[in-house]
Ligand binder design. Structure first.
Ligand SMILES: O=C(O)CCC(=O)C(=O)O
Ligand SMILES: [Fe+2]
Length: 226
């Protein structure tokens, strides 16, 4: 979530530290997964995680269910997040297997995952630089703490190959992913000690030509589904 400051965004935590080690070990052991070229965060790529049919089904579902995307904290910039998004029902027969496949790839129990989000960006739409973790000094934190706590890992899948623009850019970690149909990117939002890793700052760059479709899954440090 946004808000830049020089204060630490949260404290170390053994539970989150353990998530980092355990999930990274599982991803490293998967022959279909490669590490991203950065030392700044634990970050991995699965180049063809979803099939063309699965991507097409998800894009149809996103088209049918989208509304304007929201933010947890109001931004002064009206163009901070201009995409459309929708919740993907984890109990629907089409979504559940995919939802559970992502959780299994990372080795996290599905109930730690928030509702999967589908997002769509038309030309000019974007999601400006932000962190996925919660800033523990913000007003919303007390509520989030009660609802599964901090976000640990993010898994994101590009559902199509965009004609121009729409890359996911980590300016501080020095990596940029061009939308590539079916490709999953997963990263740990925490440092090795379990505190928020500021270097995971990232941005969904504006689409120039074409439409961009993605799904995003955020995992919490405790079960999110009650
Ligand atoms: O659209 C992107 O490339 C990034 C999306 C993102 O950062 C998010 O959903 O948290
Ligand atoms: Fe994000």
């Amino acid at each position: 979530m946004k808000v830049q400051s020089t204060r630490p965004h949260g404290s170390p935590s053994p539970v989150r530290a353990e998530f980092g080690t355990r999930v990274a070990e599982r991803l490293k052991a998967n022959p279909n997964v490669r590490p991203a070229k950065t030392e700044a965060a634990q970050m991995f790529v699965h180049p063809d995680f979803l099939s063309p049919e699965e991507c097409a089904m998800l894009m149809r579902t996103i088209d049918a269910g989208s509304r304007r995307s929201t933010l947890l904290t109001e931004s002064n910039d009206p163009n901070f997040r201009t995409s459309d998004s929708c919740d993907l029902d984890r109990w629907s027969p089409e979504i559940q297997p995919l939802d559970e496949r992502i959780a299994d790839l990372l080795g996290i129990e599905p109930q730690f995952g928030e509702t999967m989000q589908g997002q769509r960006y038309a030309p000019g739409q974007q999601f400006r630089a932000h962190h996925d973790y919660f800033h523990e000094g913000e007003r919303y934190w007390a509520d989030m703490e009660q609802q599964g706590g901090q976000r640990t890992w993010t898994a994101m899948v590009f559902l199509n190959t965009v004609e121009q623009g729409g890359a996911t850019w980590f300016p501080q970690a020095g990596v940029r992913f061009k939308p590539n149909a079916g490709q999953l990117v997963a990263w740990n939002n925490m440092n090795p000690d379990g505190s928020p890793n500021k270097l995971t700052l990232h941005e969904g760059m504006a689409v120039v030509r074409g439409t961009k479709y993605i799904i995003t899954k955020w995992f919490r440090e405790r079960p999110w589904v009650k």
